[in-house]
Design a protein around this ligand. Structure first.
Ligand SMILES: *[C@@H]1O[C@H](CO)[C@@H](O)[C@H](O)[C@H]1NC(C)=O
Ligand SMILES: *[C@@H]1O[C@H](CO)[C@@H](O)[C@H](O)[C@H]1NC(C)=O
Ligand SMILES: *[C@@H]1O[C@H](CO)[C@@H](O)[C@H](O)[C@H]1NC(C)=O
Length: 806
């Protein structure tokens, strides 16, 4: 074989470009160095240079592991990738064609390239042996011929053996013959008779020269031994033997037996067999039994490496007469190669929004066997949304059959199965991992349709109301949920001044303290948005209910609170038991139980006379009014709500039993004292004391009178101070009517505000001799003495009033 260096200078290959059914044919010399340009595919196919790389242009050799050629994606050149040895690839075949597939994707496009490999004279003729022994009878006549085995030259055509040159000698000439197949061989022709006695050994150098340029040659030494006579050459039973051998046949499997017979007797008739011409390749695979002529397997019978062998066998008798037969061995294919699956390209990951029918990969399947053994069926498993679509020749497209959804299945293991049609069939599998890439196709979804939050009023700002949760099954930022409150108004104020939401957790906080009396409930819209681009969002309504807390006291509307004008209800004397005389009206700003009011009389002048409706506040007489009932009746009413704890308010109600306002002797504040009964007892004690004093005084007077006759008379009238400022204008008139029962009325009044007051001493009502405006200035301490000196007692509450009727 030639080194590539020899060829470097002489680029004498020629290129033929043919267009046949869109296929390209190129021709190239064997043994070119790597990178040598064979042709420009881009130009020949009219392809845009820039698109070669994006269409993943690629050259695959059919049925061979070796990548002899490749395409240069920048220039579009078809270049040699590996040394091509024509003899290795095609042996002695006269024409050597390599087939390639040029594959382009998007769309998948296949071009066939055929490359004719031209022979280069890189092999010299070789004789099977270095020395050829030839035993010739001395009796041989002039013109006798002795066949010389042809020299073997692996090259073909003109590069194979062209001629033989025999060294100059006195006895022999060389006659060149040509077989029908064009092989040149020759006969040694006796030109001048031999004389064994003159010369027993003759050595001649025979040179075989090929027709290449430069010429190459091989030599053999023909050693002629001059003998006595041997008349018959061995004769083969057939000129051509044909055998069939299954590939992978084990070593020593007999293939065929050749036989030749020799008519001579003895040593002259003993035939031995030898390979006369055999290629290196064949020599490694077959052996020949010298004695029996049996050809058997030496090893390595592989159909894929060679499907037919030609051997030449020589049968030779003891004295050098020989004949040659040809043996053709055809190898039959066995299904010994499983299909090979090559994933030529793969779009991974596949976006989940890829429409059905999208091509995601290209798969090529090859089987090195032949005929049915190389017919391959290719499939993938059923339960995936992909299928294999046969494309060109043994190419398949992997396409989607349905809509992908990463949220359901994010990875696919696709098992490609290729089975040939041999018997038994062989299969191979290839697993392809395909991931589905996320697309932001799911908006966040709230776990609930709507949310409600309940909060008691007077909450702390910042307190948690509730939390909302939305889920988004998308990947990473496409599934990251961010919460926000949708802008809006509550009660005319921006919603953000009421609540805020934690963007990450969805926890909703109150921004301010709520007041149930102002706002019972409101709604806010919370949006959940993912972080995709564009983002998707959804919203939910959160209703916030503010529950009531009993934070408002009942408010009494009627009677008007004390301190403002006095109100007195007139009760007709004829009022029957059960008639409504007045009504306490109260409201509570709270609601529900907290605003459910109940009315109670906590204090009354005459506990049996009036009742109050527990729930409506109506004041009714319990019985008929009788003459003996006091004209002025005071009630202290407490209004309570039903909260926990409950709040209350009290009011005083002044009732005057009278048919005519004009009769009313005094529309004075008719008040109570908490210590009324205590005071009453003090008063009784005081009165008893006064009475005792009075009686004692009378007795003393009488005694004095007894002693000092005729002393003047003294009248004592009990007098009680009434603050003049509180007397109504017509009080004196009332006083003067004298219609009230003859009794002593002691009224005393103390204000909380001042310790000094105007007091009016009033005599008994039936005595109108005293002027109405006759008042005394008296300090309350002096007054308190009357009641036993209790200092604090009259000041409890807003006022302390006692009323005593004798
Ligand atoms: C896919 O195949 C690989 C290896 O064959 C394995 O590790 C993986 O668990 C498989 N995945 C699924 C989803 O079957
Ligand atoms: C999110 O979705 C967009 C398309 O909607 C996609 O381009 C992006 O790759 C996705 N992000 C992730 C992290 O998958
Ligand atoms: C809230 O969501 C509903 C449907 O879920 C939609 O019709 C409405 O437009 C959304 N409102 C806003 C302000 O985004």
């Amino acid at each position: 074989m030639f080194g590539s260096g020899v060829l470097r200078g002489c680029v004498f290959f020629f290129i033929v470009v043919l267009y046949a059914h869109g296929d390209l044919s190129y021709s190239v010399m064997e043994e070119l160095k790597r990178g040598s340009v064979i042709g420009n595919i881009a130009k020949d196919l009219g392809l845009e240079l820039g698109r070669l790389s994006s269409r993943k242009a690629r050259v695959d050799v059919e049925g061979n592991d070796r990548q002899y050629c490749e395409i240069n994606l920048q220039s579009g050149d078809f270049v040699v990738a590996e040394r091509i040895d024509r003899e290795e690839h095609c042996g002695e075949k006269p024409s050597c064609v390599l087939k390639f597939d040029l594959l382009l994707e998007k769309p998948l496009e296949l071009h066939r390239l055929s490359l004719q490999v031209q022979d280069v004279n890189d092999n010299a003729p070789i004789f099977q042996k270095d020395v050829l022994k030839l035993e010739i009878q001395e009796s041989a006549l002039k013109g006798a011929r002795y066949r010389i085995n042809a020299a073997h030259d692996a090259d073909v055509g003109t590069n194979s053996v062209e001629t033989y040159i025999l060294e100059e000698n006195p006895h022999f000439v060389f006659s060149i013959q040509t077989t029908s197949a064009g092989t040149k061989y020759g006969d040694l022709v006796l030109d001048k008779e031999l004389d064994r006695e003159e010369k027993q050994d003759i050595k001649l150098l025979l040179t075989a020269v090929d027709g290449g340029s430069p010429r190459r040659s091989g030599t053999v030494v023909i050693h002629v031994i001059v003998l006595d006579a041997n008349d018959n050459a061995p004769v083969f039973s057939a000129a051509v033997y044909t055998a069939t051998l299954a590939e992978n046949s084990p070593i020593n499997t007999p293939v065929i037996t050749v036989s030749a017979s020799d008519a001579d007797e003895g040593v002259n008739g003993d035939v031995i067999y030898e390979f006369s011409r055999i290629s290196e390749k064949s020599q490694k695979r077959f052996s020949l039994n010298e004695k029996t002529g049996e050809i058997s397997v030496r090893g390595g019978i592989d159909y894929e490496e060679g499907n037919s062998y030609e051997l030449f066998v020589e049968a030779k008798d003891g004295y050098g007469l020989s004949s040659e037969a040809k043996v053709t061995i055809d190898i039959t294919d066995m299904n010994d190669n499983a299909p090979v699956i090559n994933v030529k390209s793969l779009t991974n990951p596949v976006p989940e929004n890829a429409s059905p029918g999208t091509e995601v990969g290209v798969v090529n399947v090859q089987d090195r066997d032949s005929e049915n053994n190389r017919q391959v069926r290719c499939s993938i498993q059923q339960n995936v949304p992909f299928k294999l679509v046969p494309s060109i020749k043994n190419y398949y497209s992997l396409v989607t059959t349905g809509q992908l959804d990463r949220e359901v299945v994010s990875d696919y293991n696709i098992t490609i199965t290729a089975t040939d049609e041999g018997s038994p069939p062989l299969s191979s599998f290839k697993s392809v991992q395909l991931s589905v890439a996320d697309i932001n196709d799911n908006p966040p979804v709230f776990e609930e349709q709507s949310y409600s939050a309940y909060v008691s009023e007077n909450n702390k700002p910042g307190s948690t109301l509730c939390s909302v949760t939305a889920r988004d099954p998308d990947w990473r930022q496409n599934g990251t949920v961010i919460y926000s409150v949708l802008a809006g108004e509550v009660n005319g104020a921006p919603v953000s001044s009421y609540v805020s939401v934690n963007g990450d957790t969805g926890v909703i906080h109150a921004v301010r303290s709520f007041d149930h009396e102002q706002l019972r409930s409101f709604k806010v819209h919370v949006t959940a948005r993912d972080n995709g681009s564009p983002p998707l969002s959804s919203n939910v309504t959160v209703s916030v209910f503010i529950s009531d807390v009993n934070d408002n006291c009942p408010q009494i509307l009627y009677p008007a609170p004390e301190g403002s004008s006095f109100m007195t209800e007139l009760v007709p004397k004829a009022a029957n038991g059960g008639s409504v005389v007045s009504k306490v009206i109260a409201v509570d700003a709270d609601s529900g139980q907290n605003a459910w009011l109940s009315y109670h009389i906590v204090k009354s002048t005459d506990p049996g006379l009036f009742t109050i409706g527990l729930h409506n506040g109506e004041i009714r007489t319990q019985r008929d009014i009788s003459e003996s009932d006091s004209m002025k009746q005071n009630l202290i009413v407490s209004v309570k709500d039903n909260g926990q704890p409950s709040l209350s308010a009290t009011c005083s109600m002044y009732l005057l039993i009278s048919d005519n306002l004009a009769e009313v002797p005094e529309l004075k504040d008719i008040s109570y004292d908490e210590n009324d009964s205590k005071l009453t007892s003090y008063l009784i004690i005081a009165l008893v004391c006064v009475s005792t004093f009075f009686l004692t005084f009378i007795i003393i007077i009488l005694g004095v009178r007894f002693c000092h006759r005729r002393k003047p008379r003294l009248l004592f009238d009990g007098a009680v101070a009434i603050p003049g400022a509180y007397l109504p204008p017509n009080y004196a008139d009332v006083d003067g009517t004298g219609t009230l029962r003859s009794a002593y009325n002691y009224d005393a009044y103390l204000t909380t505000g001042s310790r000094t007051s105007d007091f009016k001493f009033v005599t008994s009502y039936n005595d109108n001799t005293l002027p109405a405006d006759q008042t005394l200035r008296k300090s309350p301490t002096d007054f308190a003495d009357v009641f036993g000196g209790g200092d604090g007692s009259p000041e409890v509450g807003t006022s302390a009033i006692f009323n005593l009727t004798l």
